[in-house]
Structure formats: C-alpha cells, structure tokens
Design a protein around this ligand. Structure first.
Ligand SMILES: O=C(O)CCC(=O)C(=O)O
Ligand SMILES: [Fe+2]
Length: 240
C-alpha cells in the first residue's frame, strides 16, 4: 500500500499564511508548549490511513500494572521503533518493537511529520486504538527516562473525535498547602483556567507537546459514553 501525503510543511508550504492559519500554539508557561494543527492531513488520506491501521496493525490489549494492581489496558496498542534502541517499558509492560519496514505507510507518516515540524526527530511510535467510549487513557506524563528531559511528542489522530485533556501537575508548594484547613472548594476556585486545557482531536489532526510538558503537565483521553466509533492515535517519540 502506498500513501502520499500532502502534509503541511512550515518550511516549504507555498502559502504558509493560508495553510498555517489554523495552526495554534499554546504557551503553557515555564518552557512548555503545545502546537495543534487541526487539518494536518486531508480527509481522504486520513480515512485511507485509518482503514489501513485498523486492519493491518497487530493490535494487542496487554495486562499492565497501575498503582500495584494488574489490569487490562483500556485500549489496544502496538509499538514500532528503529533497530538498536533501548526497550520501552511502561506500567510494567514491555511492548514488542516492530520494524518500520513492516508498515510502509507508517514510514510515510514519519516523513510527513518530520516535514511539518522542521528540526524535529522521531525514531519510535506508540499506536493506540480506542474501540469505543469506554476505551481511554488515564492521567499520565510520558516522562520515561529513555525520552530524556524535554521530549517532543507528535500525536496524529484518526477516526472518532475524542477529547484530549492537559492538566498542570500540582507544584510542590501547592501540595504543601493541602495540609492546611482551607476547604477544598475554595482551593479549586483558586486554580486558574490556564492550569487546564482541552482539545477535541479531529480526524487527521496533529498535536505536538514540547519542552517541559511531560515534566510539568499530565494528559489524558477520558471515557466518553457517546463516542461509539473507533479512534486510532499515533504518538511519535524520540528514544535517546
Ligand atoms: O490517544 C491520545 O491522544 C494520547 C495517547 C497517549 O497519551 C499516549 O500514548 O501516551
Ligand atoms: Fe501520553
């Protein structure tokens, strides 16, 4: 299967104003930022990719360990990585690393993402499939040591739109404040809107997390009963 991408390129777009007009850059403060490009891929290429990924990827639903308890991960997963990299282990689970050569359309996607984000470099890809509104990913940061201290993570979404939430980690000082006797409701009021962000990740969109986002923020894709259709998400990462 061969797929050609007309993905947006900051560097080479003949009409950067028009093509990038919907590119949003959100400064999260303290060296963290998110970039969201709602129409990174055309609808047509996005549906072709969705069908390919849904059918051809060897999806598995592993048992993982969360807070010391074993549970079935609430979404399907697969992992692709360049040869010779250290193994990825998360939540006590070590996914098998497939080769990029096994999935030529994913190589094309990697190229399109590199082109859209000049200066970026990715050599691994974690794939997730959410088969309905019960499938989700809980609050976490992708802060595994093998990604280094300021990982850039590029996330491409296909199929059912789902909400992606970002929430600031409580700082040391605010954790200390919890011991005082101030009512919880009052404390909640104090936290400003800029400590939380929400994106509806569209079919064919690209979202990038950069800088200290994994150190200072957590993210999730919560359950949504009404989201019945399947969603596939690709997160490109650089293993150092
Ligand atoms: O599905 C998504 O949009 C996010 C997935 C994610 O956070 C992860 O794989 O670490
Ligand atoms: Fe993540």
């Amino acid at each position: 299967m061969s797929l050609r991408f007309k993905a947006i390129s900051e560097a080479t777009s003949p009409n950067p104003d028009e093509k990038n007009s919907k590119r949003q850059r959100i400064d999260l403060g303290n060296g963290s930022e998110v970039v969201y490009i709602p129409r990174f891929l055309t609808l047509d290429e996005s549906w072709k990719l969705f069908d390919y990924l849904n059918k051809e990827i060897p999806w598995t639903r592993p048992t993982i360990r969360v807070f010391g308890r074993s549970c079935v991960q609430p979404r399907d997963t697969c992992y692709v990585a360049s040869e010779g990299l250290p193994d990825l282990v998360y939540s006590g689970y070590q996914p098998h690393a497939y080769s990029w050569d096994d999935f030529p359309p994913l190589k094309d996607m990697l190229e399109a993402v590199h082109k859209a984000l000049p200066g970026s470099r990715f050599n691994s890809l974690l794939l997730n499939r959410y088969k309905g509104g019960n499938d989700n990913v809980g609050w976490h940061a992708d802060d595994e040591k093998l990604y280094g201290s300021t990982p850039e993570i590029a996330s491409v979404s296909f199929g059912c739109e789902r909400e992606f939430l970002l929430k600031k980690k409580p700082s040391k000082s605010s954790q200390e404040r919890k011991v005082d006797d101030e009512p919880a409701r009052k404390r909640l009021k104090k936290s400003s809107n800029s400590d939380q962000h929400s994106f509806t990740l569209k079919h064919g969109s690209l979202l990038v997390m950069r800088g200290y986002t994994q150190r200072d923020w957590i993210h999730s894709v919560p359950k949504r009963q009404k989201a019945e259709a399947t969603r596939v998400n690709l997160t490109f990462r650089l293993v150092l």
